[in-house]
Design a protein around this ligand. Sequence first.
Ligand code: AR6
Length: 196
Amino acid sequence: MSFSSDQRSEDGHFKLSESAALVINKGDITKWSVDGSSDAIVNPANERMLGGGGADGAIHRAAGPELREACCKVPEVRPEVRCPIGEARITPGFKLPASHVIHTVGPIYDADSNPEASLRNAYKNSLSVAKENNIQYIAFTAISCGVYGYPYEEAATVALSTVKEFANDFKEVHFVLFSDDIYNVWLNKAKELLEA
Ligand code: AR6
């Protein structure tokens, strides 16, 4: 992978550090993988961790029923809660092309007393769990930007500034974004935060 002298190529590739790249893609996260062994996609799940709508539903459908079985085995920290808001848990990817799924729970924007801190924790703990499991390539969607109603611009600032703190820990960090509007918000925010 190469970078132009201004540290950016034209297609959503940015330099996070001397050794790490940030890649902003448009597409379906269930199709994403790099090597099928040290890669992980991050699932914007809910606290029960047994599937749902949006990206969570798509990830469970693509991974097959073994993913739900693996999630069931994650111990509850209190009734019906396997992964509290802002935390992260890891499972295999089963039928997904990526080897692992990191399940995290973002805040419901209008219901959280500090949505920014909760969203930052969701990114931070996903990246920490990935690091502990020797993941080299990790892909996120726009956590909380669907059903959970987080404004895109604010979410992009939290997502990209948090990823920047882990600049030396991965070979590549990807965002795989479903819609043109979110993709464009992320691209502009990356230009602002990573090319300064
Ligand atoms: N690939 C990439 N992005 C996707 C995909 C996909 N296949 N499908 C949706 N998105 P959401 P949240 C985008 O609602 O807001 C679930 O029911 C979507 O367009 O999936 O964190 C869970 O079980 C949006 O930009 O997650 C929870 O209950 C982004 O992914 C709740 O939704 C996140 O939208 C979590 O809500």
